[in-house]
Design a protein around this ligand. Structure first.
Ligand code: NAD
Length: 538
């Protein structure tokens, strides 16, 4: 990838205005787009233009795939997978560690694309770079631990030698969303290829360039060129064609689409891992450090303008500290800046699309019409960019309102008071999701106890979401309608493997030997079983 010229003037970092600068008609240099889309399998002859959430200007016109391209992508991926699956783990680890470096070296270029395609603030784009690097390093360092063949006790000690292999599933289908277009595209594919699979991947149609730029680095560091195939096109058609062919499907997106993907994969008896929606709660207990909780709430609620699967949309605050906490939070939110620039000068970026803006506006309007109060925010900000919406805090939200239980997926958070901690847990557990939760308390032991009672795949104490998410050894994913399966840790890579048991039986047969009657055999084996149990054997 080319590096951006560091000597470019500061105003060069602002989105250009195509009305006054003919060369700025496309937000991203067409030569870069041509180079990146060369890695895309798309021969339908159709093309789709994507638009920058910051300005509404066109980003690029991108070729669209058809189902024939998906077919070809699977054929190429299958051909690449077989030799790849026989490479040494140490070779794969070295490539992953090189990918870690390459991603950090090209962070600015990657963040530019992420910002153009998603409209998020630069610091939230950096979170994506960080997560890809962490994931590459984690699996680079731990690959052998997860995948090396293990010896396990055989049925007869010494006489049965049993080993467990982890063999790749084959070709993994990855379908990823627009909200974290770099890391949700790449970080689930890293363990897939590390485990010896190939990948056929459909990024969201709004954000394929972020994914393609990272995949270019993946190829540059030495992964086989055909190992990670990318297609682009409408979800039900191209995503559906992937689900029809993959040996495992890794899907990140909405719960509604996740259900369809799971049903389609189930027809084929193919495994899935699904990372879906959430309506994540944060609990601020009476003993919490309120400044720290307010700071954490701002990050947890408004990272990526709330378009983050693990972001907090419900804040439960102990009665005793409610007023003080809310005053601090309102003050902090009031100081937040929004910016449509490629620099670190905004605390929050844009929503991705008119559709997201409509959902956010409708949730706030519905809540206000039914009696909720806006403590801060509550308005679109078209003068900053077409889809900007203020960070918004609502009070008095009731079950009749859409934002009570439905995921807004935007910068809108509801505040609730609670009396007892038991009541807070019950209310946090209401609803159908179970992705992430946060607890602010000075009593960490109490926080850990309460965490066990929360129905969420991750619980962060004195942090909103990043402590668990960035701890790569800890599996991450959803309970209930927030998903099936986990990314990160052992589970994040073993999902892409089949377990294979290989046992070698020597000397002693597993049935009565020729000179021994079945009855005598039964007696001997029964005695042996009793001895083995006494000896503590599993
Ligand atoms: P979406 O479900 O509409 O789309 C996700 C992806 O699926 C896109 O690439 C889309 O093109 C594709 N797709 C759409 N229909 C399909 C079909 N029938 N078959 C196969 N693929 C299809 O979701 P979205 O609006 O892009 O993303 C927002 C949602 O994703 C939110 O609900 C959010 O909570 C969730 N999300 C979850 C996580 C997580 O890790 N749990 C992370 C990010 C986003």
């Amino acid at each position: 990838m080319s590096r951006r010229d560091p000597s470019a003037p500061e105003h060069g970092r602002l989105p250009a205005d195509p009305e006054h600068d003919a060369t700025a008609a496309f937000a991203v240099d067409p030569a870069l787009v041509r180079r990146l889309t060369a890695g895309l399998r798309a021969t339908s002859g159709e093309a789709e233009t994507t638009y920058a959430p910051f300005t509404g200007q066109p980003i690029a016109t991108l070729p669209v795939s058809d189902t024939g391209d998906v077919e070809d992508a699977f054929a190429a991926a299958r051909a690449a997978q077989d030799p790849w699956s026989r490479t040494d783990l140490s070779h794969r680890s070295a490539l992953l560690l090189d990918l870690h470096d390459a991603v950090l070296d090209h962070a600015d270029d990657l963040m530019d694309l992420v910002q153009w395609e998603s409209g998020k603030a630069r610091k939230h784009a950096f979170d994506e770079v960080l997560h890809v690097a962490l994931t590459a390093r984690y699996y680079g360092r731990t690959l052998a631990r997860h995948l090396t063949t293990r010896r396990v006790p055989g049925v007869y000690p010494l006489f049965t030698q049993t080993r467990i292999n982890r063999v790749p599933k084959g070709v993994v289908g990855i379908i990823s969303p627009w909200n974290y277009p770099l890391t949700l595209a790449i970080s689930d594919g890293i363990p897939a290829v590390a485990a010896g699979n190939a990948v056929v991947h459909k990024p969201d149609g709004q954000t394929p360039l972020s994914a393609l730029a990272a995949i270019e680095l993946f190829r540059e560091v030495g992964f086989p060129a055909s190992l990670w195939q990318v297609v682009n096109g409408p979800g039900p058609v191209i995503g559906g064609a992937i689900v029809e062919r993959a040996d495992h499907v890794c899907f990140t997106g909405s719960t509604a689409t996740g259900r369809r993907v799971a049903a389609q994969a189930a027809e084929r008896l193919v495994s899935t891992s699904l990372e879906l929606g959430g309506k994540n709660p944060m609990l601020v207990l009476a003993d919490a450090n309120l400044d720290r909780a307010a700071e954490g709430a701002v990050r947890a609620c408004f990272s990526s303008a709330g378009q983050l699967c693990v972001s907090v949309e419900r804040l439960f605050v102990a009665d005793a500290v409610y007023d003080r906490f809310v005053a601090k939070l309102v003050k902090r939110i009031g100081r937040m800046t929004m910016s449509a620039s490629l620099d670190y000068d905004g605390d929050m970026g844009s929503l991705v699309s008119q559709r997201q803006l409509d959902t956010v506006s409708a949730h706030v309007a519905d809540a206000v019409s039914k009696g909720a109060r806006v403590l801060t925010g509550g308005r679109p900000r078209p003068e900053v960019g077409p889809y900007f919406y203020e960070p918004t805090l609502l009070e008095g939200v009731s079950p009749a309102m859409d934002c009570f239980a439905d995921e807004t997926f935007g910068p809108v958070v509801s505040l609730y008071r609670f009396g007892s901690e038991g009541e807070a847990i019950d209310r946090a557990n209401a609803g159908s999701y179970g992705l992430n939760a946060a607890i602010y308390t000075r009593d960490v032991a109490r926080g850990r106890e309460l965490a066990r009672r929360i129905k969420a795949g991750s619980v962060n104490i004195n942090e909103g979401f990043a402590a668990t998410f960035a701890s790569l050894e800890a599996p991450m994913g959803g309970m209930r309608e927030s998903g099936i399966g986990r990314r990160h840790g052992a589970e994040g890579i073993l999902r892409y493997t089949e377990t294979q048991a290989v046992a070698n039986q020597r000397l002693l047969p597993l049935s009565a030997p020729r000179m021994v009657s079945d009855a005598a055999f039964q007696k001997t084996i029964t005695a042996a079983l009793r001895v083995l149990k006494k000896a503590g054997r599993a």
